[in-house]
Design a protein around this ligand. Structure first.
Ligand code: SF4
Length: 326
């Protein structure tokens, strides 16, 4: 470890003031403290925001869902309204990390967690994300777990969050508060693909805080669920995953929300899969036909080619489970 200063924000005004001066926000600390120990991250000032009033979790007036940024993963997963209205969120959270981590880590921090690429965490390796312009050791090294969608010549690291995949599928909105006031960003625009600047990972401006994630009302009935495929059954990141929500009325699919994780540099929405489903009758033939589009645009590397077919099968299986023809 190295010297840094630590301040605890008593209120939002204090937090924003410290953030504007370059302070780095910390709440659960389950990612940032690890990265500081490994000297991957070296913030000079930490601003503890754990006491800010951002723990609201409620159904909104219009029937959507609002989850405060400081709600713990375990709290959100166990909340009766999340379990009943959005099982895809609850399941994604419960399949993440360990029970101990879920008790500490917050929803805001989970979205902001950084990649598990081993080269990113090894300060002796070339990594454009950690040190822009240094190269990407993963491209010619071990990249079995890396991304096949949204990659660039500069970076092929996956985004590790599970619940972010559910938020991407449900087209959530991220609420932000900064020195210039409040703003809302569609989830699809919040996390950034690497392009030439993999060190830029999100749309937050200097000093801005995530205050909440909102799911806008969706037509009911809505069946949803999350499937995670990984090398071992617990405490492991996804090789592939699928977040699926279907609105079926009168035997016809009227709405489909589908995203995948473990394969993209950001949680990856699957519009071609969704479009194939809408207006059709649920059937095993339909799930297979839609899932054929799951890996459209994939650019696999030698060690992770298996993810292309695994992704299609993951999406097909979860469509079948949520669609009710399993
Ligand atoms: Fe760094 Fe990205 Fe390459 Fe990993 S994949 S070494 S995070 S640039």
């Amino acid at each position: 470890m190295y010297p840094f200063s630590f301040t605890k924000a008593a209120n939002t005004r204090e937090a924003l003031k410290a953030g504007r001066s370059g302070g780095r926000y910390i709440a659960g600390g389950t990612t940032l403290v690890d990265l500081m120990r490994e000297t991957v991250e070296r913030p000079e000032t930490l601003v503890d925001i754990a006491d800010l009033p951002l723990r609201d979790l409620r159904v909104t007036e219009r029937g959507g869902l609002l989850i405060g940024a400081l709600v713990r993963m375990a709290e959100a997963a166990a909340h009766p309204k999340v379990r009943s209205l959005y099982p895809v969120i609850s399941q994604a959270l419960e399949l993440s990390a360990s029970a101990q981590l879920r008790n500490m880590a917050t929803i805001g921090g989970n979205i902001m967690q950084r990649t598990r690429c081993t080269y990113f965490r090894d300060v002796t390796a070339d990594c454009n994300k950690r040190e822009p312009g240094s190269g990407c050791a993963a491209l010619h090294g071990h990249h079995r777990t890396h991304a096949v969608l949204g990659t660039s010549d500069a970076c092929v690291a996956t985004h590790p969050s599970d619940v972010a995949v559910a938020f991407a599928a449900l087209e959530a909105t991220v609420h932000l508060l900064g020195p210039d006031g409040e703003r809302r960003v569609p989830f699809a625009d919040f996390l950034l693909k690497p392009g030439d600047t993999p060190n830029r990972e999100h749309a937050l401006r200097q000093g801005e805080l995530i205050t909440a994630v909102e799911i806008l009302p969706l037509p009911r009935p809505l069946r949803s669920g999350y499937l995670k495929v990984r090398d071992r059954r617990s405490y492991e990141f996804a090789l592939t995953s699928a977040a699926v929500a279907l609105h079926v009325r009168g035997g016809v699919i009227r709405g489909a929300k589908v995203a995948t994780g473990g394969v993209g540099t950001v949680p990856w929405k699957l519009p071609a899969v969704e479009q194939t489903l809408i207006g059709e009758h649920p059937s095993d033939r339909l799930w297979a036909e839609a899932a054929r589009h799951a890996a459209d645009g994939a650019r696999p590397l030698p060690h992770n080619r298996f993810k292309v077919e695994l992704l299609r099968r993951t999406v097909e299986r979860q469509l079948r489970v949520v669609g009710g023809t399993k």
